[in-house]
Design a protein around this ligand. Structure first.
Ligand code: IMP
Ligand code: MG
Length: 182
């Protein structure tokens, strides 16, 4: 199936231009998946994608994983409009017990790192066997938190982006490619 890709799109009041194409996204995800396949063989890791943004990344990553693994989604958000406001706004907690499990948190993007900086200590209270962080995208210049990101797909400059799960006030999550604000 072919979909025609647009070079420019408008969401609400803002214009965006094509930035990272689907092909490059999928190749970055395949690279991450290979590392996870190598490191977690026989460990049955529990992958915890952070909703809403990570749904598309989680789905495509899952398809490249060949090892036994489990998924359990949580919901956290600290973004409104085009900037992180630093407070964790909504949350659907974890239904799984992660004690003794090998856990990988799956994020669409790590921007300031505030979301994970709040989430990680909470999860660590349950004493997982290991806890690693995996993000499709990372904005190193925006990072404020002291976090080690174990698996990174693509590093990007500090620009607001949409598509492939990421939204601008609710819109843009369905786009196959990633767009950058103009
Ligand atoms: P952080 O807490 O600042 O690291 O922000 C993390 C969350 O904010 C991500 O999981 C995204 O859902 C959202 N976010 C960060 N940067 C962007 C962006 O450029 N576009 C859309 N959402 C973003
Ligand atoms: Mg997110």
């Amino acid at each position: 199936m072919e979909t025609t890709q647009q070079k420019f799109i408008t969401l609400h009041d803002k214009q965006f231009s094509i930035f990272i194409e689907e092909k490059r996204i999928l190749s970055a995800i395949e690279t991450i998946a290979k590392k996870i396949n190598d490191s977690y063989k026989d460990k049955n890791p529990l992958l915890i994608p952070v909703l809403n943004g990570a749904f598309m990344f989680a789905a495509d990553l899952a398809k490249f994983l060949t090892i036994n693994c489990e998924f359990s989604f949580i919901k956290a958000s600290s973004y409104s409009g085009t900037s992180s406001n630093g407070t964790l706004q909504e949350k659907i907690g974890l239904s799984e017990n992660i004690n003794g499990r090998h856990v990988i948190i799956i994020e669409d993007i790590i921007d300031t790192g505030n979301t994970l900086a709040r989430l990680v200590p909470e999860l660590e209270l349950q004493l997982p066997a290991s806890l690693k962080l995996c993000a499709l995208l990372h904005k190193p210049e925006a990072m404020k938190a002291d976090l080690k990101v174990d698996y990174i797909g693509i590093e990007i400059p500090n620009d607001f982006i949409v598509g492939y799960g990421l939204d601008y006030d609710g819109l843009g999550r369905n786009l196959r490619d990633i767009y950058k604000i103009v």
